[in-house]
Design a protein around this ligand. Sequence first.
Ligand code: HEM
Length: 412
Amino acid sequence: MTTVEDPVAAAARCTPEFRRNPHPVYAHLRDEAPVCPMRPPHGIDTYLITRYEDARAALSDPRLSKDMYGAMDAYRRIFGDSSLALDDNMLNSDPPKHTRLRKLVNSEFTPRRVESLRPRIQDVVETLLDGCETREPVDLLPAFAFPLPITVICELLGVPRDERSQVQGWSTTVANTGFGEEFKQAQAKAEESMHAYFADLLARKRSRPGDDLLSALTATRDKDGGLTENELISTAFLLMFAGHKTTAFLIGNAVYHLLANPAQLRAVRENPELVGRAVEELVRYDGSVETATFRFATEDVEIAGTRIPKGALVQIALTAANRDPLKFESPDQFDVMRPQTEQSAHLGFGHGIHYCVGAPLARLEMQLALTGLFSRFPKLALADPASEPRWMEVPFPAFRGLAELPIVLEPA
Ligand code: HEM
């Protein structure tokens, strides 16, 4: 058993030490309190699940609801009122609404549409790298990791180029995690702007459809009809929100771990076809979604001997489950050659009916980002290899990503 000073408090308060390295805390919780009651700063009784098998079962447990409208009081206390209009989407709903929304979105967000973005993603990768300083240290997060996914989502949705910077600004504000009145007001304002913007964009897509996903979603219908106006707006928002920070943080985590593990990087450089496996291993080893898997118990539920009372918030720690030694051999080792059966078992994109709709796009972006970066800059290095990486400080560990990633693309 790993000894950690008050692991529950560390996880609940997200202490700097826990941010730097959450794994000893998660190891302790997996051993000692696999379904751990805690009270994070938002004040809602929360149960944190850390073992792989429990996490996998919980992700597809119909007694654990994602219907935020059904858990309104708790939801308001965490997120405030404002985002409700934007949350009329699949991530925040249970069947049958979830089934209907997901089916409609899937009918247009097809593997073919994702594949058709490949040349455009390659272009964006190259253009962003063209704009980077090569001899001096550059922070890869604002220069590359954040602009890449948001530009790709704008392409996917059909946001016109000259409107992208304002959409990116709102998306960044909305995706930030924080507490306090000022923060909440800024977020509410960005959400209102985004709602109004997507309403206007949808009207334009209806009158002049393009070959983008938003145009397709305005027209798509099944036997029960199509998406309502607010579902369309909320779905556009969801795709932007769910696909931005997640992918950006993963690019940062991935580049850091490859640079910090030269033998692994060498293996990928020598066998470029390994990049897909490297991405899978990176999602397992240090994925970007840590505990942002909110669910509410709709009834009293018992998991691994612990009773979770009706109404409690349940968070499934993907970061902990993906390092469970009962599931993965030497889980703390980053190994791109890990057996594929283990690699494909990770929970980094979730599991069950809410499994990430954007996973094929995220995988493609990651592969093109890493290939573009490492093949164009063979000597790419951390600007200061001796210093500890600085991880994003957050009030609770919803996402995991670096606060900065100083690198030199072409060291002298
Ligand atoms: C759901 C992870 C990128 C769209 C999820 C879930 C996870 C996840 C863990 C399940 C959440 C839960 O069960 O509570 C990630 C990671 C990404 C990524 C790690 C990048 C590396 C994307 C992208 C898009 C996207 C690029 C789209 C453009 C979605 C949507 C859902 C979702 C729409 C909700 C699915 C549903 O409720 O049925 N994602 N995601 N994600 N993701 Fe992703």
